[in-house]
Design a protein. Structure first.
Ligand SMILES: *[C@@H]1O[C@H](CO)[C@@H](O)[C@H](O)[C@H]1NC(C)=O
Ligand SMILES: *[C@@H]1O[C@H](CO)[C@@H](O)[C@H](O)[C@H]1NC(C)=O
Ligand SMILES: *[C@@H]1O[C@H](CO)[C@@H](O)[C@H](O)[C@H]1NC(C)=O
Ligand SMILES: *[C@@H]1O[C@H](CO)[C@@H](O)[C@H](O)[C@H]1NC(C)=O
Length: 224
C-alpha cells in the first residue's frame, strides 16, 4: 500500500512538472501583501489554464468557489497587486475584470455581468513586440466603481502557441473584494463565458508572423 501511494504521488509530481505553468495566488491591497489564497479563491486546477471558451471555469478557474474565501475591503481609487507563484513566461495580454455580487460575494458564482478595468497588451518598437511578463501586476480600482462586493478577476491569455494549431490558454484567479468610498458608475457588462470568441483577432493572431498591432480580447476597460 505504501509503495502504491508513493508511486501515485511520484506520478502526480511528474505530471505537475511537465505541465508546470503559473498561478495568480496572492493579493496585495495598497502595501499589505496577504497570504497565498487569503482573499483569492483557491482552485482545484493547480497552475493549469482554462482553454474551453464556453466553460463556466473561465470565470474563476476550476473548483474555485467562495467557500472558505474571505473578502477584503478596498477603497475605490486604491491600488492592488496580484502576485503569481512564478513570473508569467508565455506571451500574451493581461486583463482585470470585476463583477458585482448580488449580496455576499462568497456566495456568488460570477454568472452576472463583468466589466473590465485593466488591459496590459504588448508594446511595439521597430517591428518587435514586448510583452509585460511579470510576477506582479498592479492596478487600481477605478474611483467611479460603486460600493459593494465584487469578484476581482485577473486573466493572462497565453497565445504563444498560435491558434488553431495551438489553443490559447487562460490563466485566471478571482479575489473577493468589498469596495468602499466608490462612485456611481453603472458600466456596460459582458458575460463570461460568452465574451471570448474563436474569431477574436487577439485570440487567433500569430505573434511570430507580421505581428504589428494587437487588440486585447474583451470590452475596453472602463474609464473614470
Ligand atoms: C461554444 O459555443 C459556441 C456558440 O454557442 C459554439 O459555436 C461552439 O461550437 C462552442 N464550442 C465548443 C468547444 O463547445
Ligand atoms: C465548504 O467547505 C467545507 C469545509 O471544507 C465543506 O465541509 C463544505 O461541504 C463545503 N461546502 C460547499 C457548498 O462546497
Ligand atoms: C513580486 O512578488 C514577489 C513575491 O511576493 C516578490 O518577492 C517580488 O519582490 C515582487 N517583485 C516586484 C518587482 O515587485
Ligand atoms: C490589427 O489591426 C487591423 C486593422 O485595424 C485589424 O483588422 C486586426 O484585427 C488587428 N490585429 C490584431 C491582432 O489585433
Amino acid at each position: 500500500m505504501r509503495s502504491f501511494v508513493s508511486t501515485l504521488s511520484a506520478a502526480a509530481l511528474a505530471v505537475h512538472s511537465v505541465s508546470a505553468h503559473y498561478i495568480f495566488q496572492q493579493l496585495t491591497v495598497r502595501t499589505t501583501q496577504y497570504d497565498v489564497y487569503e482573499y483569492i479563491r483557491k482552485n482545484s486546477n493547480y497552475n493549469s489554464p482554462i482553454t474551453d471558451l464556453n466553460s463556466t471555469d473561465l470565470r474563476c478557474n476550476v473548483g474555485a468557489s467562495g467557500n472558505g474565501t474571505d473578502t477584503v475591503s478596498i477603497t475605490a481609487g486604491g491600488a492592488f497587486t496580484f502576485t503569481l507563484d512564478i513570473a508569467v513566461y508565455h506571451q500574451g495580454p493581461v486583463s482585470i475584470y470585476m463583477s458585482k455580487a448580488p449580496s455576499d460575494v462568497s456566495d456568488y458564482d460570477g454568472s452576472g455581468g463583468w466589466f473590465k478595468i485593466t488591459d496590459i497588451g504588448p508594446t511595439f518598437s521597430n517591428g518587435v513586440a514586448t510583452w509585460e511578463l511579470y510576477q506582479n501586476y498592479t492596478s487600481t480600482i477605478p474611483k467611479c466603481v460603486a460600493d459593494g462586493q465584487y469578484l476581482l478577476r485577473i486573466q493572462q491569455l497565453a497565445i504563444h502557441n498560435p491558434w488553431p494549431a495551438g489553443i490559447p490558454q487562460f490563466y485566471i484567479s478571482c479575489a473577493q473584494v468589498a469596495v468602499t468610498g466608490g462612485g456611481s458608475a453603472n458600466p456596460a457588462t459582458v458575460s463570461i463565458p460568452g465574451v471570448f470568441k474563436e474569431t477574436d483577432p487577439g485570440y487567433t493572431v500569430n505573434i511570430y508572423t507580421n505581428f504589428n498591432n494587437y487588440t486585447v480580447p474583451g470590452p475596453a476597460p472602463i474609464t473614470c
